[in-house]
Design a protein around this ligand. Structure first.
Ligand SMILES: O=c1ccn([C@@H]2O[C@H](COP(=O)(O)OP(=O)(O)O[C@H]3O[C@H](CO)[C@@H](O)[C@H](O)[C@H]3O)[C@@H](O)[C@H]2O)c(=O)[nH]1
Ligand SMILES: [Mn+2]
Length: 671
């Protein structure tokens, strides 16, 4: 029975708390902005007063560098204006929603190359989500294989068998690490049960890795005529990864397949979209759009999770956590997706290479979450299927009505009718003359389809939510070799610049569509690559100018002397070892005039004090340099003057504090 219909207060599903530091951040931004303005004032003076071409050029480079730095700083401020902290309470879900009313979920896992992305890891990712703490018959896992490889297909045929043991094993033993590899490398309890399942896992792993090593599936591993037929599709003439027909295989069907306890299994569907060297395939965005359509023809679940093949689920509660927000339970009426941060396993604690991208994936999203919601980062993101079909208020109809997000599929997923539609929509020419990639689905036009798609969705008016539970929901691999990191950085920079300089640039189109602060956040990423300019200039220019003896930074006045040149000069002479004599005859040898107006006296005092303090705190301070140079007594005499300004502290305190204390009745002096 659904308790939500019973009277009484419903327990909260989530909470939202703005962080107190936002006040400080705003104040700091104001102060910092004025400092930047005065820096620019200095720069402009410097430019106007430069005498030679070389010094003008240097000043100009520094000026441009600082302009870039200031611009990037200004974009980061959008993240700091209103950071928020969110919490979900999945434990309250059962009081609000009956398990049978949980929405179905389609989970998309992309893989592209069996050699760079070992199939056994992809299988681990898939198993970790198939074992979600969620009604299994409502989960459908779709694997997109852009590598078009029999190795991946074989790995998933094995995974379908192993899953029938693994899913109930996790459920019955209430395992938290539902990614098999993570579980077997953790400190798990050794029972006959775990030893048995570990052996099954190891045997699957051996077969899959053995096949990858050989580059083809061994005949002895193929256990049925059906499997042989499936694999033979990859062995036809002219079959290459860039050129092959669409391959769709229902490996598990929740209506028919049961696990070893008799409970239904999730759907598991392998998809390798049609590829042809003459048709654009749009990389991952293309793969995701093919999955959007294939899944629409088979299950059409209202909620979609996208995952990179290396990002396994680290928390079985995640799907339930999402229900605390989606489809319509958040404070955001147009919430289109819930983004979890990218977290990684296998980094050392200090993460000395900053591979975790904490700013990108943790610090900045809480700032965007306080505005209209975080950007989409390609993985660990739960979407409402509806977001891919136009703005919240204007639905864009797909060309086949059966692909629309509200269409209910009531035919068996491995029936002829469904499969023929699925193959049709997985075709490489299917998207020609349609809205896919522009108004429908994941957007084409940038190498970073995730950023671009999230950006365009938010421009349409969709909002999002950032969900960062203390136990990471997903864990992925971080690139560890220099070449991989460079490649990734290059791909990201180019992709982001493509958006920055397109007609949908955040600084033009974006500002109008989503307001200044959100647009600034997106601009921060779009123009991420321009950091390289100031970084290069500041890395190289100072050393070059030093070699040429050209001063480029403003001079600090007090280094060169003191306002009280008399005191300072005498002091330095005595430090050098000169001595002196005091002569005070009874008739004054000289007479001067004394300042008599209050203002003149104040001015003189101020000048003296500042000059003396300059001395007291410079590197020739009587307290340090002086003691070594002239002995303690002489140094003390000079220190007496150098620090004469600090009299002001006790004088002020003794002037005010006793009266204040008296007024407040606080006893102050000894009785
Ligand atoms: O033609 C392609 C290329 C890639 N992929 C898959 O896309 C995912 C991400 O690709 P990867 O090479 O690992 O890129 P990363 O830079 O590590 O990924 C980050 O950046 C990508 C581009 O912005 C996003 O798609 C990812 O979600 C995000 O994690 C992987 O699962 C690939 O298998 C495909 O399916 N088809
Ligand atoms: Mn990756």
């Amino acid at each position: 029975m659904n308790t939500a219909t019973m009277p009484g207060p419903t327990p909260p599903l989530h909470s939202l708390r703005p962080l107190r530091r936002r006040h400080f951040n705003r104040l700091f931004a104001a102060v910092y902005a004025s400092a930047i303005l005065s820096l620019f004032y200095h720069h402009i003076l410097k430019l106007l007063h430069s005498t030679t071409l070389v010094s003008f050029f240097m000043s100009f480079l520094l000026f441009i560098s600082d302009v870039v730095l200031a611009y990037m700083w200004s974009t980061t401020q959008a993240f700091r204006m209103n950071p928020v902290h969110r919490q979900a309470f999945p434990e309250n879900l059962q009081k609000v929603l009956d398990r049978k009313d949980f929405p179905a979920m389609d989970i998309f896992i992309c893989t592209a190359d069996p050699y760079k992305e070992p199939p056994i890891n992809v299988v681990n990712t898939a198993l970790s989500v198939m074992a979600y703490d969620y009604p299994t018959e409502k989960l459908s896992v779709y694997v997109s294989d852009d590598g078009g490889s029999e190795l991946t297909m074989f790995a998933f045929m094995e995974a379908a068998k192993f899953g029938k043991q693994w899913v109930p094993f996790c459920r019955e033993n209430n395992i938290t690490d539902r990614c098999p590899d993570a579980f077997f490398t953790s400190n798990y309890a050794l029972t006959p049960n775990t030893t048995e399942i570990k052996m099954m896992y190891e045997s699957m792993k051996m077969k899959v890795e053995g096949a990858v090593e050989k580059g083809k599936v061994n005949d002895e591993y193929i256990c049925s005529e059906e499997e042989r037929q499936v694999l033979s599709q990859y062995r036809t003439k002219d079959f290459t990864r860039q050129n092959h027909p669409s391959l769709i295989q229902v490996l598990l069907n929740s209506k028919e397949d049961v696990d070893n306890t008799g409970s239904p299994m999730p759907n598991l569907i392998y998809v390798s979209r049609e590829k042809s060297t003459s048709a654009a395939h749009h990389f991952k965005a293309g793969a995701l759009n093919a999955l959007l359509r294939v899944s629409a023809s088979m299950t059409n679940s209202p909620i979609i999770l996208t995952l990179d093949c290396d990002m396994y689920s680290n928390d079985p509660l995640t799907a339930k956590r999402v229900l605390c927000y989606l489809p319509n339970r958040s404070n955001r009426p147009n919430c289109g997706y819930v983004q979890f941060p990218q977290r990684y396993h296998g980094l050392n604690n200090a993460d000395i290479y900053a591979g975790e991208h904490k700013r990108l994936f943790l610090a900045n999203p809480i700032g965007m979450d306080g505005l209209n919601g975080p950007s989409y980062v390609g993985t660990g993101c739960f979407f409402r299927r509806r977001v891919f079909f136009g703005a919240p208020s204007s639905f864009v109809e797909p060309e086949i009505p059966d692909l629309a997000p509200d269409h209910i599929v009531d035919k068996p997923i491995n029936g002829r009718e469904v499969l023929s539609l699925a193959h049709h929509v997985a075709g490489c020419n299917y998207e020609n003359w349609t809205n896919w990639g522009s108004k429908i689905g994941f957007r084409y036009g940038s190498l970073v389809e995730d950023y671009y798609t999230g950006y365009r969705l938010q421009c349409e008016g969709w909002q999002s939510i950032f969900c960062d539970p203390s136990r990471p929901a997903f864990l992925g691999d971080v690139p560890i070799t220099l070449i991989d990191v460079l490649n990734q950085t290059k791909r990201w920079s180019v992709g982001l610049l493509e958006v920055g300089f397109s007609k949908y640039s955040p600084s033009t189109f974006g500002v109008r569509a989503m307001g200044v602060l959100m647009a600034q956040s997106y601009a921060h990423y779009a123009f991420w690559a321009i950091w390289c300019f100031p970084v290069t200039v500041y890395a190289v220019l100072p050393s070059l100018t030093l070699l040429r003896g050209i001063p480029i930074f403003p001079k600090m006045g007090f280094r060169y002397g003191s306002l009280v040149e008399d005191y300072y000069t005498g002091y330095r002479l005595q430090c050098e070892g000169w001595q002196s004599i005091f002569c005070d005859p009874s008739r004054p040898a000289f007479l001067g005039s004394v300042p008599i107006s209050f203002n003149d006296a104040l001015n003189q005092n101020k000048r003296w004090y500042v000059g003396l303090l300059e001395m007291g705190f410079c590197r020739y301070s009587p307290l340090t340099f002086g003691i070594r140079a002239m002995g303690i007594l002489m140094a003390q005499s000079y220190a007496y003057y150098a620090f004469s300004a600090i009299w002001s502290l006790p004088i002020t305190v003794y002037a005010f504090l006793p009266s204040l204390a008296l007024l407040q009745g606080i006893p102050f002096f000894l009785r």
